[in-house]
Design a binder for this molecule. Structure first.
Ligand SMILES: [Zn+2]
Ligand SMILES: [Zn+2]
Length: 411
């Protein structure tokens, strides 16, 4: 069970817990977020978004590289503080929208038909920009280097691995990485963090079952693909129930089942697709193996055949204990009374920040953004998704304090 270290109160004057220089950024953060919100772009098509980011980094005199993995950018901010080691911390922000038609009636509603920032990545870019601006104006407050990674295509097919392949974690080599997701599953003024598995591996499967169609009244001449498919769907439910340790977690969801064409025709084939989620990397071998065994076994029992395409999208997001402890301690100092930290926060949702966290130690965390009193609590990916923009300053303050702690200036 998740418990708050302090009772939450989204109506509290959260902004007043921020340092004055970051509180002063709030109006700009909101205006950037709203500009980005109006012009959402899908994965690897974020050209306007990249231009928006690049223009600001240029204006603030921040070294940066654009067109990485198509539309990604990296800003490099060197601290002038001294320390024995030269720590390099990366901050990751994703920048893509979703193929969703926005239903919000707000002045900053999406002007791109069928596209919407329905996950909050517009807020992530605004927070990362605010962090870049603040750090570039306060370079004496940290030592070493901060790299800010603006990553395309988190919603798919995934921009993290292409950015790693393009070398964003090298030269100088990144020691640790942090990232956040604005999170409407938590109230504004809370922050969800844990060490170890935070988000699940995300995998998909597509399966065509081939039977033999025929007349609805003459079943003995057929192999009924509807019957085979129904038994496959049922049998797949036993994998989580009977093959997974009850103290661990996994999901096998069949999201699509299409078969049949007419009332008096036995279906020739059926199509199933689904998604698989788990935290424990050991299940990466077990789950696809059991899924294929179940499908093959049911098909063999009925004389059907199958074709299975199993796709691994993202590995689980696994946080490093040391960096997670650092984020937690910072969070407790940023989000002051009457808000708190939600420990052991976890979701079966997936995130390709996992590829970064497989390469370097780090921590991905959730920044509570829901405000039910203002109607700002629709789920992520909903056509009415929106969040309390107070969270933007809290995000900047959190990142800046993580930088000041990880890249601490020697006394
Ligand atoms: Zn999303
Ligand atoms: Zn997202």
């Amino acid at each position: 069970m998740q418990t708050l270290s302090r009772p939450s109160n989204p109506d509290s004057n959260l902004g007043s817990t921020l340092r004055p220089d970051i509180r002063a950024l709030q109006a700009e953060l909101v205006s950037w977020r709203r500009s980005l919100h109006q012009r959402p772009e899908l994965g690897f098509q974020e050209t306007l978004t990249a231009q928006f980011i690049g223009d600001r980094l240029q204006a603030w005199g921040i070294d940066h590289h654009a067109e990485i993995a198509t539309t990604g950018l990296v800003a490099v901010i060197a601290g002038t503080g001294t320390s024995a080691n030269r720590p390099v911390l990366a901050i990751r922000a994703d920048m893509d929208g979703l193929p969703v038609q926005e239903l919000n009636d707000v002045p900053y509603r999406s002007v791109h038909p069928g596209k919407m920032h329905a996950c909050g990545h517009d807020g992530h870019v605004a927070i990362a920009l605010g962090t870049a601006k603040y750090l570039s104006e306060h370079r004496d407050r940290f030592a070493g280097t901060v790299k800010i990674i603006f990553q395309p295509a988190e919603e798919g097919p995934g921009g993290a691995q292409p950015m790693i392949d393009a070398g964003v974690l090298a030269n100088p080599d990144v020691d640790a990485l942090v990232g956040l997701h604005i999170w409407n599953n938590l109230p504004l003024g809370t922050l969800g963090v844990r060490s170890g598995p935070m988000m699940a591996a995300t995998e998909f499967f597509h399966c065509t079952l081939q039977g033999r169609g025929g007349h609805g009244a003459i079943p003995q001449q057929t192999v009924d693909a509807v019957v085979v498919g129904a038994q496959v769907v049922n049998a797949l439910q036993t994998i989580v129930a009977r093959n997974i340790d009850p103290l661990k977690s996994a999901v096998v969801t069949v999201g699509e089942f299409q078969a049949g064409t007419a009332v008096n025709v036995i279906a020739d084939s059926a199509y199933l697709s689904g998604t698989v989620r788990y935290f424990d990397p050991d299940y990466g071998e077990l789950l696809p193996r059991r899924i294929e065994q179940v499908i093959a076994g049911v098909c063999a029992a009925h004389g059907a055949t199958y074709e299975l395409d199993y796709q691994r999208l993202y590995p689980p997001v696994i946080n490093d204990q040391v960096i997670a402890d650092l984020v937690r301690s910072v969070a407790l100092s940023v989000v002051e009374t009457p808000v708190g930290v939600v420990p052991e926060c976890q979701t079966m949702g997936g995130e390709d920040v996992s590829f970064f966290l497989q390469s370097v130690p780090g921590c991905y965390f959730f920044l509570g953004s829901a405000n039910a009193a203002k109607g700002l609590d629709y789920p992520h990916h909903h056509p009415r998704f929106d969040f309390d923009e107070t969270v933007l300053g809290v995000g900047v303050e959190t990142f800046v304090r993580v930088v000041e702690k990880f890249c601490q200036v020697a006394e």
